[in-house]
Design a protein around this ligand. Structure first.
Ligand SMILES: [Zn+2]
Length: 460
């Protein structure tokens, strides 16, 4: 029955593709094929797409025209990657200053496909990014490729669990097509967003019950949210849905131990996905090796320090992305606000895909603590807390420059364990911070609905 539904739905995709205004089928099929190209062919494809993007941006978009002043234009033709490396990095605040004041300065002549609203959690600056039609469809196709890799087929049900209301991040009349497509081709069910004041035990149980009685093939959503539901499934001994093939985690870093707990509760494999609002489908964890594949047909990823210089291997730095799809408001060497560890060697995955490998995103830069040993990232924090079963029930509050309050909200209080967790945190921070621990009944989320693992304590 499922197979018939899959075949019928895929035919609908193809049918819709015949209207050139809504062809997601061909970009999707191209992306399914291109991931298996060898590394050299993918590199050539990426170089040629980068050359086109740069040519367009430095001739048509004043923001980048100015950045390219003084760089040899010959270099763009000969070695676009070297040309890219000479452009100064783009911060979100610099971009919004231009986006707000000279909106018409972005790529005149191109039709807007959508405006994507960013949450601003990573950088503290929100803005609406304009995406042209072709790029919009391609981002959608990248999302479909990720679903497809995880075993989803057209027609299969997806459950979406986000920390925020999904409508808040969809804007523009063109998005209506996306909603129609969602309904027609892959029924998506959105669950209530995470309550700002935190998820109570009763709410977690209620949502977990709704999930286990449904027939999702794929669950996608926030790692923290799904982690809390996994706890409820385990605690109340609920039977996970047999239809489930995979869980795709995003929005916040999930430690390895937490991923294992989710996999056990839902009885299916769990994969990391990285795709911020303004850049869908940047990376997905390989179902074969567990390593992260970068969608190299659409993105170039660099890792730079706070001064914009390339990091050395093994270092944690700022993820700096170039989007090869969007011509309307191009994002070139764009600091997204997340940190990632540089991989130590150029290595290819044993699954056979030519897509390059990158590290796991470790959280937001503004939620990192500085130590003499480098950045202490949200992922490092959660890894530590997972040893005490607290990865979904903790956060840090900065009381002053070197004083941190660790807030924990265990299901059952165990003062000794709380003290132990605080001690482990102090020692991971090389005793450079003074740590105090405090029990709280519930951990609230940040302003956008996503968890914040480090924030400043409100002035008392
Ligand atoms: Zn792989």
């Amino acid at each position: 029955m499922n197979m018939l539904r899959n075949i019928a739905s895929e035919s609908l995709y193809r049918l819709a593709a015949q209207s050139s205004r809504f062809d997601v089928y061909h970009p999707w099929q191209e992306l399914i094929a291109s991931q298996w190209l060898d590394a050299k062919a993918l590199k050539d494809l990426r170089t040629s797409r980068l050359r086109n993007l740069l040519k367009h941006s430095v001739s048509n978009v004043p923001f980048y025209k100015q950045k390219a002043c003084g760089i040899d234009p010959q270099l763009l033709m000969q070695d676009p990657l070297a040309f890219l490396n000479q452009l100064e990095i783009t911060s979100r605040s610099a971009l919004t200053a231009v986006a707000e004041n000279v909106r018409s300065a972005w790529s005149p002549g191109l039709k807007s496909g959508a405006a994507v609203r960013t949450s601003g959690t990573g950088t503290g600056v929100r803005f609406d990014l304009k995406i042209d039609n072709a790029a919009f469809l391609r981002k959608y196709a990248l999302l479909l490729r990720n679903y497809h890799t995880l075993g989803w087929r057209p027609g299969d049900t997806i459950y979406s669990l986000w920390p925020f209301s999904h409508e808040a991040y969809q804007s523009g009349g063109r998005d209506i097509r996306r909603v129609i497509a969602d309904t027609l081709f892959h029924p998506k069910r959105y669950f209530p967003p995470m309550p700002r004041e935190g998820l109570s035990e009763e709410q977690a149980l209620l949502i977990a019950r709704r999930i286990v009685t449904g027939d999702p093939v794929l669950i996608e959503g926030d790692g923290h949210y799904i982690g809390r539901l996994a706890e409820a499934i385990t605690r109340y001994d609920l039977k996970p849905p047999g239809s489930l093939r995979a869980i795709k985690l995003a929005t916040c870093p999930t430690p390895e131990a937490g991923r294992k707990r989710i996999a056990k509760a839902f009885n299916c494999p769990v994969f990391d996905n990285y795709g911020p609002h303004e850049m869908e489908g940047v990376a997905l964890q390989c179902t074969y090796s567990g390593l992260m594949h970068l969608s190299a047909e659409s993105y170039i990823a660099e890792i730079v320090d706070d001064d914009g210089l390339l990091c050395r291997s093994g270092e944690v730095g700022n993820l700096c992305l170039t989007d090869l799809d969007n011509r309307l408001q191009p994002l070139i060497r764009y600091i997204i606000g997340d940190v990632i560890r540089t991989r130590s060697e150029e290595q290819h995955c044993s699954c056979g895909r030519g897509l390059p490998l990158i590290g796991h995103v470790e959280g937001r830069r503004i939620e990192c603590l500085e130590t003499t040993n480098g950045l202490f990232t949200p992922l490092a924090f959660l890894d530590l807390m997972a040893a005490f079963n607290l990865e979904n029930r903790c956060r840090m509050l900065r009381l002053s420059k070197r004083r941190i309050r660790l807030e924990v909200s265990p299901y059952r209080r165990d003062i000794e364990k709380e003290e132990e967790a605080a001690h482990a945190l102090a020692s991971a921070l090389r005793n450079e911070y003074q740590i105090e621990v405090s029990f709280v009944p519930i951990i609230p989320t940040g302003e956008s609905g996503k968890m914040r693992y480090l924030s400043d304590a409100p002035e008392s």
